[in-house]
Design a protein around this ligand. Structure first.
Ligand code: NAP
Length: 246
């Protein structure tokens, strides 16, 4: 399996899972586009990629306020490579820890803007480019809160539930076409997001985001022939594909 010369865009690439994926994919020879709202954090990911011998383009973009710039991103990618092989909609915010009836509407909307509207707009604008790939893949990053009820994290859970539903619907609609779409719940990981949600937790006991990179790499591999439109976790993926991924 190799991602040599694959063209990959990852949102939220300045930290956590997004950074781990970007560095690992660059190490395998992919061309990375790192999208995030904080230029300095993107540059730090870029430094790690350079140290690993890879290369990346930076796309500083706030997905809460800057979605009107997404067509520009698609145009720039088209002009540079003429295609996109993998889009990972990874960026997310959790919003405040609060009961449903105390949610401030602006904070509620910000969570939906980043966690649902951004994956929708990016997927919609970049699908034509993914269709120019020989094996275009979209991975939407979801989480347990989008499936099971998590009191006081209602905006986060509802936005991820909607993202999962969007993914299943979209995957069904494009099933006969060339692009594959998956929802991945990476499970608990020691990242800044997790530390904000569970401030007292001992992060050293949690899996590191690097531990789930191989699942994403398998889905991105043009040779992967697994099911389309599924919700995958590291455990369900290992059960289904540990001996046979084709
Ligand atoms: N960590 C877990 O235990 C866990 C479990 C299940 C699922 N997940 C999912 O995994 C994904 C990655 O999260 P993570 O744990 O790696 O957390 P993280 O390190 O906080 O990563 C989230 C990224 O999204 C970026 N982001 C947030 N708002 C943005 C905006 N308005 N515009 C552009 N980028 C924005 C963040 O940028 P800043 O650095 O500027 O904030 C950050 O780089 C998320 O979709 C999350 O729901 C995580």
């Amino acid at each position: 399996m190799s991602l040599e010369n694959r063209v990959i865009l990852i949102t939220g690439a300045g930290s956590g899972l997004g950074r781990a994926l970007a560095v690992a994919f660059a190490r395998q020879g992919a061309h990375l586009f790192l999208l995030g709202r904080d230029q300095k954090r993107l540059e730090a990911t870029d430094d790690l990629i350079r140290q690993a011998g890879g290369k990346a383009g930076l796309i500083p973009l706030d997905l809460e306020t800057g979605l009107q710039r997404v067509p520009e991103v698609a145009k720039a990618l088209f002009e540079r490579f003429g295609r996109l092989d993998l889009l990972v909609n990874n960026a997310a915010i959790t919003g405040p820890r609060t009961p449903m009836d105390a949610h401030c509407p602006a904070e509620w909307q910000a969570v939906f803007r980043v966690n649902l509207d951004a994956p929708f707009f990016l997927t919609r604008e970049l699908l034509p480019l993914l269709r120019f790939s020989n094996a275009g893949v979209v991975i939407q990053v979801v989480c347990e809160e989008g499936v099971a009820v998590a009191p006081f994290r209602g905006a986060y859970g509802a936005s991820k539930a909607a993202l999962l539903h969007m993914t299943r619907t979209w995957a069904a609609e494009i099933a006969s076409g060339p692009v594959r779409m998956h929802a991945v719940d990476p499970g608990p990981m020691a990242t800044p997001l997790r530390a904000r949600v569970f401030p007292g937790e001992d992060a050293s006991r949690l899996p590191r985001p690097e531990s789930v990179v191989s699942l994403f790499a398998r889905l991105a591999d043009p040779a992967f022939r697994g099911e389309h439109g599924q919700l995958l976790t590291p455990e369900s993926f290992a059960r289904k594909y540990s001996t046979d991924d084709s």
